[in-house]
Design a protein around this ligand. Structure first.
Ligand SMILES: Cc1cc2nc3c(=O)[nH]c(=O)nc-3n(C[C@H](O)[C@H](O)[C@H](O)COP(=O)(O)OP(=O)(O)OC[C@H]3O[C@@H](n4cnc5c(N)ncnc54)[C@H](O)[C@@H]3O)c2cc1C
Length: 487
């Protein structure tokens, strides 16, 4: 019993991959006229025209959507689509717009013969994983946490820490889309293939994803191997260790964030979860009762270098203790974020993410070691994941084998702080561009238009096609307003 409790506590800590996280408490941004909505940045409080909660029945929801699209056309107001609104740059919001709340649409059905999940777009991974768990199946590719909708995930073409896989678009067999005219189109690699590639990673600009068919994999157990290493050796060691048998199914690295020339982004822990033979225990998903203690430990690092030091030493100690232990895939994927919430009224936690060719990791890190301290960036966490090239989405970020660096910063909820982050982010984007990489789009829209165009050279064609499929510009949000409407 004691052993199980310890294991659960350790898992909470180990998997705090992206889970420092802002709560929905009152934040700094203002909104002149109700109704107002914000997203997880808490910098985007926006006066909207109306929030449309879809009915939970698909047939009724389709009717409501058609009516909303006619209303939007007649009144000349934008429509934006909201999943769980965890994006951080207003990608789910348009000022003065009709905002579609997809959450009520969350039914799902598993076809065991083809191992395919048919799922409505408002379903959260925290609903999908327990459902699949009961059927011995698991999600093939998703984010490292579970509070996101399927529709939002497909619309940013998310990725996580499954090893040797492209982003999620690769697991989508087909989807149904309601376009700006209210028509429902089946999209796949053979039906409306251009639209299919645009919608995956399309940030809600081409229509409303109603549901999708996703490839799944069997749920299974993995054994943890870890290695502590110099960050400069990460790429080489990763290449060697990930090739070794048994095969690696999930992998991530974490970097030391303790300030100081000798410590900051200098050391890494590489975690590899390897496939194991033998029967898997289809046990219940683990209890979250110890997450509270893990939360206290993690939040302590926000304002304190000493706590960052303790956490890093603690993590190295823990990883040793966990070496060789078995973990269940669904348990590893079913990680919430609320337990680690930033409950302060005065600060928020903001994610940044950069993709770099694997051989360029150390060059990028060298630049980051200089840039982040110069801006006093309060970096709480960095994880490294690997990605294979994406052959499915139009606005792709993984155009070759990449490492992604997911960085979480604590930021005071004042505009001056957001501006400071903007300047820092722009330097980090330049550093990524310089090594042939780019940045991820669901976070703050801090990139300049030039940086965006450089990072996503296909973007002008992407926006041209947006106007082909939605000539009335019905679907709009801050992402379109910032980068698209000026093309
Ligand atoms: C703590 C945290 C951890 C994260 N970890 C990861 C990670 O590991 N990997 C990763 O890739 N990303 C990660 N992200 C980013 C996350 O994947 C995106 O923000 C994702 O969009 C969140 O899903 P959502 O349901 O909140 O979407 P929303 O934020 O609601 O929407 C995102 C975009 O999708 C569009 N959209 C939503 N639903 C639909 C629909 N049904 N039809 C058409 N368009 C739609 C919206 O209009 C918007 O443009 C993380 C974010 C946070 C806050």
């Amino acid at each position: 019993m004691m052993r199980r409790v310890c294991l659960q506590f350790c898992l909470s800590i180990l998997l705090s991959i992206n889970i420092f996280y802002p709560s929905s408490a009152l934040r700094a941004s203002g909104c002149s006229k109700e109704p107002c909505l914000d997203d997880q940045s808490h910098f985007n409080k926006t006066a909207i025209y109306r929030l449309v909660d879809l009915p939970s029945n698909m047939a009724d929801a389709e009717q409501v959507l058609k009516t909303v699209l006619v209303e939007a056309k007649n009144r000349k107001i934008p429509v934006s689509i909201a999943g769980a609104r965890h994006s951080m740059g207003g990608q789910s919001l348009a000022p003065g717009g009709l905002v579609i709340n997809m959450l009520p649409l969350h039914r799902m059905k598993f076809d065991s013969a083809s191992a395919t999940l048919h799922v409505e777009a408002g379903a959260l991974w925290s609903e999908v994983i327990p459902y699949l768990n009961g059927l011995g199946a698991s999600v093939k590719i998703m984010q490292s946490n579970n509070p996101f909708t399927v529709g939002g995930t497909l619309s940013v073409n998310a990725h996580g820490w499954v090893h040797g896989q492209p982003p999620i678009a690769a697991t989508v067999q087909s989807l149904r889309l309601m376009n700006a005219n209210g028509q429902i189109l089946q999209c796949s690699r053979t039906e409306n293939p251009e639209l299919f590639s645009l919608v995956l990673g399309g940030y809600g600009l081409f229509g409303v994803i109603l549901d999708a068919d996703l490839v799944t994999v069997p749920n299974t157990d993995y054994q943890l191997n870890h290695v502590v290493l110099k960050a400069e050796d990460y790429a080489n060691q990763f290449a060697i260790k990930a090739k070794r048998e048994p095969p690696v199914a999930l992998a991530f690295g974490r970097l030391n964030v303790q300030p100081g020339k000798k410590t900051f982004l200098k050391e890494a822990i590489l975690y590899l979860f390897r496939e194991v033979n033998g029967p898997h225990d289809p046990a219940k998903l683990r209890s979250r009762s110890l997450d509270k203690a893990a939360r206290i430990l993690f939040r302590a690092t926000v304002g304190s270098s000493a706590a960052k030091k303790i956490r890093w030493s603690g993590e190295k100690w823990l990883s040793k203790k966990m070496e060789g232990r078995l973990f269940n895939r669904n348990d590893l994927l079913n990680q919430g974020i609320e337990v680690f919430a930033n409950k302060s009224k005065y600060s928020t936690d903001i994610l940044n993410e950069y993709f770099v060719p694997q051989s360029q990791l150390e060059t990028f890190l060298e630049a980051a070691r200089d840039i982040i301290p110069r801006y006093d960036g309060n970096l709480l966490n960095v994880t490294i994941r690997d990605l294979m090239p994406d052959n499915d989405s139009f606005l792709k970020y993984a155009d070759q084998q990449m490492f992604s660096l997911v960085m979480l910063f604590n930021v005071k909820l004042i505009e001056a702080e957001d501006d400071r982050m903007k300047a820092m982010t722009r330097e980090l984007i330049d550093a990524a561009l310089k090594v042939g990489g780019r940045y991820y789009l669901p976070y703050r829209l801090h990139a300049t238009k030039e940086q965006f165009a450089k990072a996503y050279p296909q973007s002008s064609k992407f926006f041209e096609l947006k106007l082909k499929y939605d000539s009335g510009q019905i679907f709009r949000n801050y992402f379109w307003n910032t980068y698209g409407s000026v093309q």
